[in-house]
Design a protein around this ligand. Structure first.
Ligand SMILES: *Cc1c(COP(=O)(O)O)cnc(C)c1O
Length: 412
C-alpha cells in the first residue's frame, strides 16, 4: 500500500438529529428518568418483539437486575463462558452468586452446550441460571440452551450486548413469535442490551432489559431506582404525589432522559446502521475468505449475525508473524484493531479467586491467542473498507509460510 488511511477501531455515528434530541431534552427542563425513558422502553420492546423493556444505565446493571429479579443470589451458581467482557461475570457476582465457566465452541466463540451439560452432570444443585453471551453478534445455540434450561429448571438471562438485530431460526421453538424464527430479545427469561459507545446503537452509556414477564419487569423497575414503589417522575407530575415506599434494597441504575432521547433517535436508525454493518461484513468476508492463513467469521445457516464485531482468526502455524506483530503491521498502516476477549479465567482477580489456571478452558485460550477484531462500523466509508481488506490481504500474503515444493529431478 503506497498510501495510508487512518481507521480508528470505532467511531459512533452521531448526526444532527441525535444532537438535536439531546438539546431538546436539556431545554425541556426534565433531565433525569421521565417521558423519554418511558417512550424508549416501549419503542425498544416493540422493536425486538418483547412485551417489556426496562431501561437502565448499562448492560452490566441490566444483567445484575435481571438475575436479582429472578431471585438469584448468595449460594447460587450461574453458568456463563470465560470468553466475554468482565461485565458478564461481574453482574453474577453482584448478586452474591458464583459464576461458573463453561468452555466455548471453536466455530463461533459462543458457550458450548455440551460443556454446560457436563457441568450439570457433575453437580446441578446450586445452579439457577444460564447466562449465554452472543459473542460478536453471532447468536448462541439457543435451541440447545433452552432445552437444557427446561430440563434442569434453570432461568436464561442473555448477554446481548453485541446482538441487537440477531435472529435464530428454529422450526420447533415454542417461544417463536413468528413461525420458525425468533429475534434475540424474545427467547430467554430476560435479554440484556448495551448502549455503550461502541455498540450497535448508543446513548454513550445505557442498557435495556427485554422480557415478556410482567412480574420480572416490575421487579427490575423497582430495583433500578432505590427499591421505590413508584417512578420518581410520576411523583412529580400532576397525577403523582410526594409519597413513595421503599419496598426492597434497590440500586441507582436508572437511565436519564438526556440519554434516552439520544437512544430513541439511534433506535430509529438501527435498520440502516445494521444494513451498513452487514454490507461491510460481506465485503470483508468476500475479499478475505480465500486466504489460507486467515479464518473469517461465518454466519450459521440457522441464525442471523448482528455483526457487532468482525473477529478474524490467524492460523499461526501458517504465518511467520505473531498475532501481536500482525496488529502492529496494521497499526503502521493506520488501522486500529482490538482483541476480544482475554478469557476471564486468565485475569488475576478471577484466576486467584476461583483457582483457575491456563489449560482450564482450552478452546477459549486457543481462540484468544489467535484472534484480532478488525474495525467494522457504520461510520466507516466504503473506501476505508476497501483499504482495510487490501492491507489485511497484503499483510497475510506477505507473511504466509510458503510450502516447500517438491520438484521431481527430471523436471528440474
Ligand atoms: C459492552 C459489553 C457489556 C457491558 O455493557 P455496558 O453497557 O458497558 O455495561 C457486557 N457484555 C459484553 C459482552 C460487552 O461487550
Amino acid at each position: 500500500m503506497d498510501f495510508k488511511l487512518n481507521i480508528p477501531f470505532h467511531r459512533p455515528l452521531i448526526e444532527k438529529d441525535d444532537i438535536a434530541a439531546v438539546v431538546e431534552t436539556l431545554e425541556s427542563g426534565w433531565m433525569t428518568t421521565g417521558p423519554a425513558v418511558k417512550a424508549l422502553e416501549q419503542e425498544f420492546a416493540g422493536y425486538v418483539g418483547a412485551k417489556h423493556g426496562v431501561a437502565v444505565n448499562s448492560c452490566t446493571a441490566a444483567m445484575h437486575l435481571a438475575l436479582a429479579g429472578l431471585d438469584i443470589g448468595a449460594g447460587h451458581e450461574v453458568i456463563t463462558s470465560p470468553y466475554t467482557f468482565v461485565a458478564t461475570a461481574e453482574a453474577i457476582q453482584y448478586t452474591g452468586a458464583k459464576p461458573v465457566f463453561a468452555d466455548i465452541r471453536e466455530e463461533d466463540f459462543n458457550i458450548d452446550p455440551c460443556q454446560i451439560s457436563e457441568i450439570l452432570a457433575k453437580d446441578r444443585s446450586n445452579v439457577r441460571a444460564l447466562l449465554p453471551v452472543h459473542i460478536a453478534g453471532h447468536p448462541c445455540d439457543m435451541r440447545s440452551l433452552v432445552k437444557i434450561a427446561r430440563e434442569n429448571d434453570l432461568s436464561i438471562v442473555e448477554d446481548a450486548a453485541h446482538c441487537l438485530e440477531g435472529w435464530i431460526y428454529s422450526p420447533n421453538h415454542e417461544n417463536s413469535k413468528t413461525s420458525g424464527q425468533a429475534k434475540i430479545g424474545t427467547i430467554g427469561d430476560a435479554t440484556c442490551f448495551s448502549f455503550y459507545a461502541t455498540k450497535n446503537m448508543t446513548s454513550g452509556e445505557g442498557g435495556m432489559v427485554a422480557t415478556d414477564s410482567d412480574d420480572l419487569a416490575e421487579k427490575i423497575r423497582t430495583l433500578a431506582l432505590h427499591g421505590m414503589s413508584r417512578d420518581a417522575w410520576k411523583r412529580y407530575t400532576a397525577e403523582g404525589s410526594w409519597n413513595y415506599e421503599i419496598v426492597t434494597q434497590g440500586y441507582k441504575y436508572n437511565m436519564p432522559d438526556i440519554l434516552a432521547a439520544l437512544a430513541r433517535v439511534q433506535l430509529k436508525k438501527v435498520p440502516d446502521m445494521y444494513a451498513r454493518r452487514r454490507k461491510y461484513a460481506t465485503l470483508l468476508r468476500e475479499h478475505l475468505d480465500d486466504l489460507d492463513a486467515l479464518i473469517v467469521p461465518q454466519e450459521c445457516l440457522n441464525s442471523v449475525h448482528a455483526w457487532h464485531l468482525f473477529i478474524v482468526r490467524l492460523c499461526l502455524d501458517k504465518l511467520t508473524i505473531t498475532r501481536n506483530q500482525f496488529i502492529e503491521r496494521l497499526r503502521e498502516h493506520g488501522i486500529q484493531t482490538s482483541v476480544h476477549f482475554i478469557p476471564l479465567h486468565l485475569q488475576p482477580y478471577y484466576r486467584n479467586k476461583f483457582n483457575y489456571r491456563r489449560g482450564d478452558f482450552p478452546v477459549a485460550e486457543k481462540v484468544f491467542d489467535s484472534v484480532v477484531s478488525l474495525p467494522l462500523y457504520p461510520a466507516m466509508t466504503e473506501e476505508q473498507i476497501t483499504y482495510l481488506y487490501d492491507v489485511v490481504r497484503e499483510t497475510i500474503e506477505k507473511h504466509t509460510v510458503r510450502e516447500k515444493c517438491f520438484v521431481p529431478e527430471e523436471i528440474a
